[in-house]
Design a protein around this ligand. Structure first.
Ligand SMILES: [Zn+2]
Ligand SMILES: [Zn+2]
Length: 277
């Protein structure tokens, strides 16, 4: 059974209308498709839904869900950013927007103890900005910056309870082994601490293939050693591609399913159903 719950359309930073994803998903044999546009943020940026576009996004998603109901199961969601002191409560937004599910992701790391917008480290933009943020916001303390990222995700899991946690170790994408090694004890400790919260709340970890097919990483998010820990802790996993174009809906699917099988997983789990591997 093929599905993908992590997709972006031209309403946010993806390409093509929502309907193009539905048509491509049917062509590719997917039986379920989730829309997960970036939730509107309280400040200007280049990737999230504009607040004024949210009603149209939801209306179009509902129209497609109904129109294609005999061909594919469509689920309406958002990829929500957790930014302490700035982001809207996930449950309230879920209810207001009438969503089926949400993915919780951290792209913007708030300096611990601050709510100042100038103290936000963007881990997912250009690589120079990633390095610059560590210098400017964390005084060059790489460990403090990366630990803040994982702690913010831990707080998100515990307080916002998203159904799925998005690209769990994306903070490592721009690192390329230059600033820190993921084998370091403090890094492993941060992962363990987060996974304990994920296990407790039953959050689903996505194996997100985007880094691989865009050539930015060799591993899926999260990396193999973290997926091994997920298996050891009986944490639920699913496969998503974080598609920003309809043709990316099934990128690196088969390889990732094979990897999960090799790690001992027998099934993947979505917020709505399970699928044997
Ligand atoms: Zn994301
Ligand atoms: Zn995404």
């Amino acid at each position: 059974m093929l599905y993908n719950f992590h997709t972006h359309s031209h309403y946010d930073d993806g390409k093509e209308p929502l309907e193009a994803y539905v048509v491509a998903a049917i062509e590719k044999g997917l039986s379920a498709l989730g829309f997960s546009g970036h939730q509107p943020l309280p400040f200007d940026n280049e990737w999230s839904l504009h607040p004024s576009a949210l009603p149209e996004y939801l209306a179009e998603a509902r129209r497609l869900k109904e129109q294609y109901k005999n061909e594919i199961n469509i689920y309406i969601g958002l990829e929500m950013d957790y930014i302490p002191g700035h982001s809207e409560d996930f449950a309230a937004l879920m209810k207001d927007a009438g969503l089926d599910y949400c993915i919780g992701s951290v792209h913007l790391v708030m300096k611990p103890g601050s709510t100042n917008r100038d103290h936000i480290w963007f881990i997912d933009g250009p690589r120079e900005g990633y390095f610059h943020g560590i210098q400017e916001i964390f005084n060059g303390n790489v460990r403090a910056a990366v630990e803040a990222y994982y702690e913010q995700q831990r707080q998100m899991v515990l307080t916002q309870k998203p159904h799925i946690i998005g690209h769990l170790d994306k903070v490592n994408m721009h690192n390329r082994g230059e600033l820190f090694k993921t084998t370091e004890a403090w890094y492993q400790e941060a992962i363990n601490h987060l996974l304990a919260a994920i296990q407790k709340t039953g959050t689903i970890v996505e194996a997100n293939t985007r880094g691989v097919y865009t050539g930015k990483t060799t591993d899926v998010f999260p990396a193999v050693d973290i997926l091994e820990k997920c298996h050891a802790h009986r944490i639920k996993v699913m496969v998503n591609t974080d598609a920003h174009h309809p043709q990316q809906l099934d990128q690196h699917f088969e390889e990732t399913k094979t990897l999960l099988k090799r790690l001992g997983f027998s099934k993947t789990v979505t917020p709505f159903f399970e699928s044997p591997l």
